[in-house]
Design a binder for this molecule. Structure first.
Ligand code: V47
Length: 353
């Protein structure tokens, strides 16, 4: 059976076949991915009303691609107090946010309680708000810094009100590339182990892949297959989010950035390879809004959310520091031919626009 026939017949693809997908032309790939997307979701395009909150940029780890953490390129350190965090959350909740997505740098100064206390206080004051917080990289950092186990941190997160985990810190799983990008941070095996533990507690999470820097296409396929293997065991991933590398203000030297075509191919291939992860997210922050809207026709069914403010990718050049107006977002999705569906963080449908 040839590759295209296999995809139409829903036969699972191998590493070699995944790599060969990149040799197909963009429109063929788009059609194949779009057919899968349409069968699952028809014309629906999901988003949520959320707020990204990044409470500290003080980081004990050094990732070459990161422009967010305080360093000699970004000397402006900050760490929010719980009161400052609560003020932001209160304001976002009043503006309609249903999810608060909290990702911090790996701050060695404030202890586990600074992280957990913030979650507890948010949950006490805003019990209906979904807290998506703590990447596997942050969890690993806390265990290294404070000598506690993954299980302990995960149990503390649940006790403190964290509802789901974001997909950050995955970067690229290939060990050599990972060592070059972010030596010393959570390893690929550990990232997988942490998500497995989280899923085993009946909880859901997302998974990202940072691409468009020094990795090869084969590394991307390998990354997807490692996630697919875990998903076979646990079923706990909601969404896969290919993050397009943003190039400004960091320490990674990259010559060739991916073209729009390469980005769209990667979205479509994600949809085809990840036959067991329900949602593929075109994260408009790193793809650009225009390309994210087109990505809806290349296998993506989710655009993340209105975000309100974002500090990690915008530090590296993304135009996301002030999020997106809800009415504009809805109009853009509609005008691109899709039906905007506001969802909650676990993909229950809340409102069709
Ligand atoms: O893991 C850092 C990435 C991630 C850069 O789970 C960069 O729904 C591009 O994980 N260029 C954090 N990316 C953000 C994240 C995320 C975003 C949206 C939705 C979800 C979700 C998760 O940001 C990090 C890292 O891979 N990042 N620097 C950069 N220069």
């Amino acid at each position: 059976m040839d590759l295209i026939q296999k995809i139409r017949n829903k036969v699972r693809l191998t590493q070699e076949e995944g790599e060969a997908l990149y040799d197909l032309d963009l429109y063929t790939l788009g059609e194949l991915a779009d057919a899968i997307r349409k069968e699952k979701y028809g014309n629906k395009s999901y988003f949520n009303i959320n707020r990204h909150l990044n409470p500290t940029n003080v980081c004990a780890d050094i990732c070459k691609f990161c422009a967010y953490s305080a360093s000699r390129k970004n000397p402006n350190q900050y760490t929010m107090t719980h009161e400052q965090i609560l003020d932001i959350v209160k304001n976002s909740e009043q503006l309609g946010a249903k999810e608060i997505h909290i990702v911090s740098a790996h701050n060695p100064n404030d202890g586990v309680e600074w992280y957990m206390g913030a979650f507890r206080k948010i949950k006490e004051q805003f019990p209906d708000l979904h807290i998506k917080a703590m990447t596997a990289a942050e969890i690993d950092f806390l265990t290294r810094e404070y000598g506690i186990s993954y299980d302990d941190v995960i149990d503390l997160m649940i006790e403190s009100g964290v509802d789901s985990m974001p997909g950050g810190g995955a970067e690229i799983f290939d060990e050599k590339v990972r060592e070059y990008l972010c030596k010393g941070k959570v390893t690929s095996e550990q990232w997988i182990e942490i998500h497995q533990k989280w899923h085993e507690r009946g909880k859901q999470s997302n998974a990202t892949m940072l691409f468009g820097h020094v990795e090869t296409r084969a590394h991307r396929i390998d990354h997807m297959i490692r996630l697919r293997d875990l998903q076979d065991k646990t079923g706990g991933f909601n969404a896969f989010i290919p993050l397009v590398y943003q190039r400004d203000n960091n320490f990674l030297k990259v010559k060739d950035f991916p073209s729009g075509q390469e980005i769209l191919k990667t979205y479509a291939i994600s949809r085809i390879m990840l036959d067991n992860i329900p949602h593929i997210k075109a994260y408009w922050v790193t793809a650009s809004v225009n390309l994210a809207l087109i990505a809806q026709e290349f296998g993506c069914d989710d655009l993340d959310g209105t975000i309100e403010k974002e500090s990690i990718q915008s530090a590296a050049g993304a135009a996301s520091s002030h999020g997106m107006d809800l009415n504009d977002f809805v109009a853009l999705i509609k005008n691109s031919g899709f039906q905007p569906i506001e969802r909650d963080s676990l993909y229950n449908e809340l409102k069709a626009y």
